[in-house]
Design a protein around this ligand. Sequence first.
Ligand SMILES: Cc1cc2nc3c(=O)[nH]c(=O)nc-3n(C[C@H](O)[C@H](O)[C@H](O)COP(=O)(O)OP(=O)(O)OC[C@H]3O[C@@H](n4cnc5c(N)ncnc54)[C@H](O)[C@@H]3O)c2cc1C
Length: 303
Amino acid sequence: MTFDVIIVGGGFAGHAAAMQLGRARRRVLLIDASRPRNRFANASHGFLGMDGVPPDEILATFRNQLSAYESVVQITGEAIGTSAFEGGFRVAMGDGEVLAARRVVLAGGVRDRLPDIQGLKERWGKTVLHCPYCHGYELDEAPIGVLGESPMAFHQAMLVRDWGPTTLFTQGRLDLTQDQRVALSDRDVSIEETPVTALLGKGDALDAVRLSDDRQCNIAGLFVASKTEVVGDLAKNLGCRFEDGPTGQFIATNEQQQTSVPGTFAAGDAAAPMSNATLAAAAGVKAGAGAHFSLIFNAKGTA
Ligand SMILES: Cc1cc2nc3c(=O)[nH]c(=O)nc-3n(C[C@H](O)[C@H](O)[C@H](O)COP(=O)(O)OP(=O)(O)OC[C@H]3O[C@@H](n4cnc5c(N)ncnc54)[C@H](O)[C@@H]3O)c2cc1C
């Protein structure tokens, strides 16, 4: 059977795309490997209607609501390859099955590459955080750190000061200009040049960081601008164009979320310079509608 659309990735973006297409009674296959980016967090915040709900409960709600649409098939598994043929795309699954569709939506998200500091990875999503809007409120105005792993750390430190007393750890590498130092001082942000070597605290909790000269600095949360990379090679295999973003490369798309390869759409974190759950869902809606339009009008515009 050839589907109208195969959607690879069933997170916020993929489910939103499937919902639009299912409501148009199109034959859709949604393939999901069930490893959403936010799976490390106990609760998701800021997604209207589901503020404070655990990520797996949100996904269960998505799946349940989507199952009402009979033309949508949802499967758990990993797509490992894609190729174009006249009029459509083949998608190869990890178990050897090959599926076909007239359009493809890539919504597989990104993975985070974290700095190699003792005690950091195990606290990711709990007290080591990437976004103050998502998890800053829960720190309850306790002291906060920002790890100076990239030039974005300056902006992060300026921002997160609204969530609590802030220290920017430059790791001895972040080259701050004099203007930036003045701006940080005006925001009452402390600057610590001695590198952080370990995170301290019981379990997921963070009480302090240890510095390379053995001093400790008390903080309850540490913000890190992780480096990101698009999950998997499907977009590369198809020849989709990528762009550089502040944390890593992402798939270039046009206004309808179509990539540089006609008939291939992309949405969510994989196709945005910076994102969150709401923006990923919104892009998924656009990709679903964009794929639907292209099935009808065979739109030729690409990114
Ligand atoms: C720790 C953490 C906490 C966060 N908390 C929040 C928050 O509170 N609020 C907020 O708004 N944002 C939050 N975010 C950001 C949010 O998680 C992302 O913006 C959002 O998940 C992006 O949605 P997506 O659909 O693009 O990708 P994802 O939600 O990551 O979903 C992608 C899905 O595609 C699947 N997939 C990938 N490749 C394949 C393949 N080849 N075959 C089959 N399936 C595949 C994956 O397994 C995954 O299930 C958080 C991020 C992190 C890292």
